[in-house]
Design a protein around this ligand. Sequence first.
Ligand SMILES: Cc1cc2nc3c(=O)[nH]c(=O)nc-3n(C[C@H](O)[C@H](O)[C@H](O)COP(=O)(O)OP(=O)(O)OC[C@H]3O[C@@H](n4cnc5c(N)ncnc54)[C@H](O)[C@@H]3O)c2cc1C
Length: 475
Amino acid sequence: MTEQLQIPGLPLETELPAQVGVLVLGAGLAGCAALLAAAEAGRYAVLIEKTGSIGGSTVRSAGLSAFAGTDEQAAQGIADSVELLRKDLLEVGRHRNDEALVDLYCARQLETYRWLREHGVEYGEIHAASGQSAPRSHPSDTTGMLVHLLKAAGRLGARLVLDAPAHRLVHDGTRVTGVDVRRRDGSLHRIAADAVVLATGGFSMNPDLLARFAPQMEHALRQGGAGNTGDGLMMAMALGAGLRDTPYIKGTYGHFHTEHPDEDGTGILAVYKGAIAVNREGRRFVDESRNYKEIGDAALAQPGVTTWQVFDSRTMSLSNDEVPIYEFAGRRRAGMLLEADTIAGLERQVGLPDGALQRTVTDYNDAIREGRPDPLGRAHLSGGVGEPFAIEQPPFFAHPSGTVVLATYCGLTVDTRLRVLDWWGEPIERLYAAGELVGGLHGAGYMTGTSIGKAGIFGRLAGTHAADEESELEW
Ligand SMILES: Cc1cc2nc3c(=O)[nH]c(=O)nc-3n(C[C@H](O)[C@H](O)[C@H](O)COP(=O)(O)OP(=O)(O)OC[C@H]3O[C@@H](n4cnc5c(N)ncnc54)[C@H](O)[C@@H]3O)c2cc1C
């Protein structure tokens, strides 16, 4: 272990075990949830993590989970239901989703939310975001979430080993029997296991895999856990695992890569609170209420790729520092926004052609005031929520915004027990998968909060089912 975690109480181990009941690969939310669930089921469970710290993309995320029917929603008077969640998931995914996985998510989300809360996870104020016809983005501190799960697993005897990259799955001709771990000195260490759970995340940080599966993302930025290079995906593909949703890898709108110390990689989505998005010609190019993945695609097609979210002080007043994508005031304080008292001044600051932004804002405001339909089809602020308003209250702001691949969404085919399936739909015995490397849930589009949601719900289920496998090891 190269980097000691300064968090007391984690069940850290430096030595790799020779054999375990359930071996989990990857210490993001899916892996931590699987570890705890397997330990709760009474198995000796060990989690090995490639890097020197826990968290992967989970701890870099905006921390929003999509749940429906929660206490927090009820407290805010939000009407939502499992049926509505299901409908939204299928509509956003353009019905290309694996319906069995959508049903699984819907059926098990509320109990997983309660399980997470019982283990100490807390959620803040609920917001609407992309693809949600009712506000259901539940913000939480993801590092705290993982620490809660790991500590609970540790109390049940589970262990975590850092700096332990899984190299290959071991298969005896009928089933997966363990994993080879490549140590820092290059040597291999074999761990025998009754079942293996792949929770190694996606491949947003692997330019080669992205080039193969998503060449349209060539000019997109990349963000994610340093270890998220598709290792689990490749290990399972080597055993014949099938794939789903690879054509639908999308980038997220709103991010701008800077070396600014306050840049956390999440970007902002002022468009969902009243901003318009304009290109370097100062023109709007998209219905800003659409899914941020679709806005991301539209932005990649603009000249020069970089675009700007333009908004006024009314949108600024809707800033919420608890939710990174709505943390406008924090970005202002950090000097990450361009700011002017007039639209003409803002236009000059951004460097847009003379008069272009002024014309765009005037046209946008006039259409709203006169009740004319928006030429790009915008009828709401975000999805089906919120009424657009004129951009008229100074000061005015602009946030440079590009498209970033935060997650890859597609991945391994699994059944509803989270068993990895081969190309013919047969389970690869004793191999489970959960989290970002699982394909099929999202289909052709993405609803905010369903990646973290998927990692928690499917991670927990994968751990539980993996723990059901009979032991053939000698203990
Ligand atoms: C900036 C950003 C913002 C986001 N915001 C949201 C959001 O608000 N809501 C939402 O739903 N989703 C969001 N996402 C996506 C979401 O964070 C991820 O999809 C989710 O956290 C994935 O969880 P996971 O457990 O599957 O993978 P990860 O959390 O990425 O964990 C995978 C772990 O596996 C490890 N690993 C990789 N290879 C190996 C190996 N060979 N051996 C052992 N370990 C290995 C990695 O190092 C990593 O620690 C965001 C992502 C980013 C980058």
